[in-house]
Design a binder for this molecule. Structure first.
Ligand code: ACO
Ligand code: HSE
Length: 385
């Protein structure tokens, strides 16, 4: 089953900006009846943004922190599993009373990205004619996604963030915030991210896009009408397998799995090695919870990421940042190597020296090494937040 939760979860009790069709466990903001202008693809009507919040907003709205998720993350950054959330929050260790983002002090908000599939408008959402967008969903850029987040912030009365933080794709948007809206970004934490998508990142992503598009069930993105269980699951699963290798480090895979066969399987008779079984598991999990159309839309947006586009180049764009900034990379990250974060730290005025997250887990280290990320958050917020 290709999951596009906006259509398939039970309806919640009405609250806030909820409308018919909104999934449970989140809050929603619907754009007023004005289109969202897009950087290269015209405009998008009828946008809905799903978001979650923790903590209380101060009377002067000075304690707001924006947390931006990575490719397959969502608005459920913290909190337990529950309706609409099969798992606990992806940064649960960082957000809550007494944690680095102490919700007794900070008001934390995490929106689901524009183009995603966990409540915010994306390819699996309905167009004004009540058909799913599918392959007609417009090409998005990080700037479109940040513009939608800025509209959400405006609607909630959040003029200035005490901190904007994100890793990987979330870091791309955090950087866009600091460059597009320097006056609204008080502090900035960039994790395992880059100023522009590199040739190798585009190459790995391009192979993933090819895997999805070569699945006959892709149907140029118009597979939703085929019914539940009829999406390009093979292609999406292949894409996740490949991506998962790039998200981890070679030493970790070797130490964990080595040359061992999966328990109970014989590799000389069609059985799998442990690492193959591990990748199969991650593929199956993603196919259950993520929409292929969103995967394509978000991956293309990441491939197009270039903070310097139309701004006189990367160096000129980075000079616009006025936020107190920390940039950190993961020492074993082969997908977003440290040189990319070193470039950011060198180019952003006032950014402190590049920080290194020590981890055996590769790119996923920014999700796993929460104690080290907590120290960076505390350092930033303690220095003027
Ligand atoms: C629906 C949701 O809301 S999910 C949360 C939103 N998604 C995100 O935030 C995306 C970001 N998260 C991620 O990418 C990942 O979940 C991470 C990085 C946090 C996971 O990191 P880790 O904790 O290191 O997990 P790891 O990669 O080791 O995988 C563990 C899984 O592999 C399974 N596994 C390990 N070895 C094998 C094997 N040989 N064969 C099959 N499965 C295996 C484990 O049983 C475990 O399964 P489970 O996740 O279903 O419990
Ligand atoms: N594991 C992360 C990595 C992307 O940066 C995700 O799935 O979102």
């Amino acid at each position: 089953m290709s999951v596009h939760p906006t259509a398939e979860v039970p309806l919640p009790p009405a609250s806030g900006a909820w409308r018919e069709g909104d999934p449970p466990g989140r809050r929603f903001w619907h754009f007023p009846p004005k289109p969202l202008p897009l950087e290269v693809s015209g405009e998008l009507p009828g946008v809905r943004i799903a978001y979650e919040t923790w903590g209380r907003l101060a009377a002067d709205a000075s304690n707001a922190v924006l947390v931006l998720h990575a490719l397959t993350g969502d608005s459920h950054a913290a909190g337990p599993a529950g309706p609409g959330h099969p798992t606990a929050g992806w940064w649960d260790g960082l957000i809550g009373p007494g944690r680095a983002l102490d919700t007794d002090r900070w008001f934390v908000i995490a929106p689901n990205v524009l183009g995603g599939c966990q409540g915010t408008t994306g390819p699996s959402s309905l167009r004004p004619d009540r058909r799913r967008w599918g392959g007609s969903f417009p090409c998005l850029t990080q700037r479109d996604q940040v513009l939608a987040e800025a509209d959400l912030a405006d609607a909630l009365g959040l003029r200035r963030w005490a901190l904007v933080v994100g890793g990987s794709m979330g870091g791309m948007r955090a950087l866009e915030w600091a460059v597009s809206y320097p006056d609204r970004t008080g502090a900035l934490l960039l994790l395992a991210t880059t100023a522009t998508a590199s040739a190798e990142q585009i190459a790995w992503a391009g192979i993933q896009l090819g895997a999805i598009r070569s699945d006959p069930a892709w149907r140029d993105g118009d597979y939703y009408e085929a019914g539940a269980g009829r999406g390009p699951h093979t292609g999406l699963g292949l894409a996740r397998r490949l991506a998962q290798v790039t998200y981890r480090s070679e030493p970790e895979l070797q130490t964990r799995f080595g040359h061992l066969p999966q328990r109970g399987e014989d590799t000389r008779r069609g059985g799998r090695y442990q690492v193959e079984s591990y990748l199969d598991h991650h593929a199956a999990k993603l196919v259950r919870r993520f929409d292929a159309g969103s995967y394509v839309t978000l991956t293309e947006a990441m491939n197009g990421h270039d903070i310097g586009r139309g701004r006189g180049g990367v160096a000129a764009a980075l000079r616009r940042v006025t936020a107190r900034t920390l940039v950190a990379g993961v020492d074993s990250d082969r997908l977003y190597p440290l040189a990319q974060q070193a470039r950011l730290a060198a180019g952003i005025p006032g950014a402190d020296r590049l920080r290194i997250i020590e981890s055996r887990y590769g790119h996923d280290g920014f999700l796993i090494e929460t104690a080290q990320v907590a120290a960076l958050i505390s350092e930033l917020l303690g220095s003027g937040g």
